[in-house]
Design a protein around this ligand. Structure first.
Ligand code: PDD
Length: 300
């Protein structure tokens, strides 16, 4: 089987095909969803696949682990070495992502509180990734809304994703790319993305805090807006403002920035991807090119 279908993965110090990787059923990740993860984009360059914004992803992993009191099994240099090994073990043509997953480890028996003397389980996998096509960007995507029923630690990149899974399924069943969630009439985020609105040329994002996961693209979009001369404000966004927006877009590791042109069946603004989206997408590509050039310069 090719690496695409059966990647070489890392599990607790061992490398081997995904199809042969096994965890004990008393792993706290399996029993309780007791763990955290990261998804880091890897872009194809002439010098191999290069991670984008890895420093920020590793910082968020450290924060997530700290918030659920799991000892970080590696320092940043250790994670970088592991990711480079995973990239080398899964050489391939196109773009990809690296998935990092840490659970509290394997317990001796089922019980909710943390077991003493437990060693975290570490899993690393590289998967091929296709970013949205130029055609789908030109058209924009459909989104639906739903009430956000998740817990109030959405800032932790937890592997307990049931709320997000149900929201993603809601989108799939409604022929939409994403479900945009609202809590008490205020915009939170997508099932696996942050959400941005534009009104009269100004960009707005829901406040960082426990109600949303702060995407690595959150600070990036802020930087890109500054570079493109677009005013940005981080503040509560009401359902009425969402529905009345000139533009809506989502951001994530796997979508970069993506325009939403239909919300709950109604056109967003004029129903076309807007000028602010276009400016942010271009700035995103420039930021990527800058970081990937640095990667290639180091490879020489
Ligand atoms: N999800 N909010 C949620 C709930 C997410 O799951 C994600 C990313 C984001 C955006 O974060 P970032 O810009 O760091 O990708 C926001 C990843 C892609 C996933 O779970 O696959």
């Amino acid at each position: 089987m090719s690496h695409e279908l059966d990647p070489i993965v890392y599990l607790n110090g061992e490398w081997g095909p995904l199809s042969e990787a096994r965890i004990p059923v008393l792993d706290r990740g399996f029993i309780f969803g007791d763990g955290v993860y990261e998804v880091v984009p890897l872009y194809a360059t002439p010098d191999g696949r290069a991670p984008f914004r890895l420093t920020q992803h590793l910082a968020r992993l450290t924060r997530s682990l700290g918030k659920i009191r799991i000892h970080n099994p590696f320092d940043d240099a250790g994670w970088r070495a592991l990711i480079n090994q995973a990239i080398d073990a899964n050489k391939g043509e196109g773009d990809a992502l690296v998935y990092l997953h840490v659970t509290r480890g394997v317990a001796k028996r089922r019980g909710h509180a943390f077991p003493a003397d437990i060693t975290p389980t570490v899993f690393v996998m590289v998967n091929p990734l296709t970013f949205p096509s130029a055609e789908s960007r030109a058209q924009g995507a459909r989104a639906v809304t739903a009430e956000d029923k998740r817990w109030l630690h959405c800032d932790i990149k937890s592997i307990s994703l049931l709320g997000n899974v149900l929201m993603a399924q809601h989108a799939a069943e409604n022929d939409a790319l994403e479900t945009i969630q609202l809590r008490d009439g205020l915009l939170t985020e997508g099932s696996s993305s942050n959400v941005w609105i534009v009104k009269s040329g100004k960009l707005f994002g829901a406040p960082r805090g426990p109600r949303i996961l702060e995407g690595i693209r959150y600070a990036l979009v802020e930087e890109l807006a500054l570079e493109a001369g677009i005013a940005f404000e981080e503040r509560e966004i009401t359902e009425a403002e969402l529905r009345d927006a000139d533009e809506i877009m989502i951001s994530s590791a796997t979508k970069e920035v993506m325009p939403i042109t239909v919300l709950d069946g109604a056109p967003v603004g004029d129903g076309q991807p807007g000028a602010v989206y276009a400016a942010l997408y271009d700035a995103y590509q420039r930021a990527k090119a800058r970081e990937l050039r640095q990667f290639s310069a180091r490879a020489e």
